[in-house]
Design a binder for this molecule. Sequence first.
Ligand SMILES: C[S@@+](CC[C@H](N)C(=O)[O-])C[C@H]1O[C@@H](n2cnc3c(N)ncnc32)[C@H](O)[C@@H]1O
Length: 369
Amino acid sequence: PLLPLLRTLGAAAAGAAAAILWRRWRERRAQRLGLNVTTDAAKGLVWTCIGGALQASQLFLGDKLGLYASMKHLCEKKDSGFTVIDLAASTGLHVRWLREWCAQQAAMGVLVLLDGEGDDDADLCYILPAAFAEVLADPTSSNYDIAMIQAVPSLLARARDSIPEAFRTGLGMPYDDENIASAIDRQHTVSIRHFVIPKLLPSIADGHVLAKLESGARVADLGCGGGNLLIEMAHRFPFSEFHGYEVSDVAIEHAKKAIAAAALRNAHVHDARKAGGSIDSTPARFDLILTYDVLHDAPQPQELMIAARRALAPHGVWLIADIKCADGVRANMRDGAAKTYWAFSTCLCMASALSEPNGKGLGTLGFSP
Ligand SMILES: C[S@@+](CC[C@H](N)C(=O)[O-])C[C@H]1O[C@@H](n2cnc3c(N)ncnc32)[C@H](O)[C@@H]1O
């Protein structure tokens, strides 16, 4: 009579042990995957993003209104810092608005509020530290790194106005936005001046590309944007001829104006849509072809690559610069910057790569080597 009882007890014990093991496995899995995140941590992440976006709006204002340049200038003139009264006098802007903005910049860590007594405008002295002056207000420095802030309001406006519909239809939109074109132009000018021209070009093909550019080369810049690379290179290599190709009306207009302002005769911009979709169809025309941060944005990257290959002279060089990424979601997830790259992608890069029906839609992290 004991046997059935023992069997029942054994089964119950085994069941209890299995339940404990199952619960432990689930706990460990939740821990490993981060599924047991607390609501406080979830709220923290949301508010970090909201705070970041709002702080970005103030960086945007500082850049747009020339406040960083003015503050840099004021700090160079006297070590004792400046007040909002000084800043108002040098910019012609209203003291009340500057008071709010400077306090925010100090709270954010861009400005330093000097020790002292009193809370009136004349009592509050600020300093813009040298590192921030360089990053925010010195376009000649290799550390100048504020330009992309110019694109942020446009990207947020896209998220509000047009991207929700793109999620429904599948169709994105091209790069046509003056602030976005200008932001990318300013940002890339830094790397072109400090890296591409002085370091990268001399290192290609044992210096042959540089020698050819010095003596006279034909160069195509596919997806030339606002014309930064064309302009910098046309200045540096006056015996060479530079042709930019673009599909964005805004970028074409921006590049044409910049080339005219620089009075360059060896730089030209073409509408890539008129040149059969990408580039002048004359074969073997170019000694150097550049696609600088373009292939992952192009709706038909394969066609662009075929056209580029055809247009390349027999000993020509094609310089492809693109976003460094891995193949696939899991591998890219390991990159801490992926959260920003994927945000760029929905609002800009993938939107451009899906701006035509049947667009390939590679996106920011979509062109892995
Ligand atoms: C990230 S921006 C880079 C612009 C420029 N190369 C620079 O570095 O500043 C990418 C540019 O590629 C252009 N683009 C995309 N597809 C293109 C195509 N098929 N032909 C020419 N330009 C294209 C976009 O309009 C956009 O201006």
